[in-house]
Design a protein around this ligand. Sequence first.
Ligand SMILES: *Cc1c(COP(=O)(O)O)cnc(C)c1O
Length: 365
Amino acid sequence: MARVYNFSAGPSTLPESVLEICAKEMMDCHGTGQSVMEMSHRSKAYEPIIEGCEAKIRELMQIPDNYKVLFLQGGASLQFAMIPLNLKQKGKVAFVDTGVWAKKAIDEAKRFMDVVDVVASSRDKGCNYIPHIPEIKGDYDYVHITINNTIVGTKWGYLPDTGDVPLVADISSSILSEPLDVSRFGLLYAGAQKNLAPAGVTLVIIREDLIREDLPNTVPTMLRYDTHANEGSMFNTPPTYTIYVMGLVLDWIKANGGAEGMAKRNYEKANLFYDHLEKSSFYRPTTALDSRSIMNIPFVFTEEDAEKVAAMNKKFVKEAAAAGLVNLAGHRLVGGMRASMYNAMSLEGVKALIAFMDKFEAENK
Ligand SMILES: *Cc1c(COP(=O)(O)O)cnc(C)c1O
């Protein structure tokens, strides 16, 4: 079977050249006579793989020296708990509620924090925009935002000023999709399965002064940032193969112009797609103009009859899949369709989707 264009929200498409290297090195990586899957994480052969991966992340994201890069497990979802567990001092935190993942982070923080202030929200309009809240100040342990909202398809186009309060951001679905000034944040985290790797590793980028050694004794060893920071993410076995693939993806990003190159590529794809939606009388985007994600683009039919729409959604997703364009069903909470166009999605893939949409429109109008 020929490869498909995979618009999945995650795990998601990887660069073909990376998959080819994985295949080539499967039986014998770099003359070791082993697959990376089989290597001890403490072996001489593996050491350069994890160290190289960290060096490449640091270079591509221009991470300042006073930040640690951690390779953890448990997904972005475990960070919803680890962050309050590690950053709690006053017991007060501020969140901006911009969607499903933001809400999950809020709910988890409530387990640990005494006060969880939702200082702004876009719930009034189904989270289809990013609230304008240029300043968030208060005696908070941190302020949390979700930079790219994978399900509703919005993204922060600016960063709020939080003064001395550390800004914490979930960048699971936007990491390295465009340049980001790491020095503006106290902590960044991302499940890697959207833009960087297969599932299994979570990246945490944390300013060193936020890594505390004096945490309450009840915080489990594995949930403490200092545990992992002190051991170079080798306190226990890290997800070795996923980190290897991430390293290859980072090589691919670097060869394609780094964060700037990705931004150019991603805006070209997203602009082409949004333009097509805007010009259409058959389809329409669901998000506010100033808040649009370049990674995840939900869209719906302009048709308003609910029964017709349900049938058309189903038909669209099915016929698209038959045409080699897969995973286009919208999230069950938003409905309609969603095209996720992470770094590895090619412009050709987006053009193929647009051509299919035109054909579907002509046949179903
Ligand atoms: C996918 C996603 C998550 C959840 O990630 P897991 O690694 O599955 O826990 C959290 N936040 C955002 C923004 C996401 O896109």
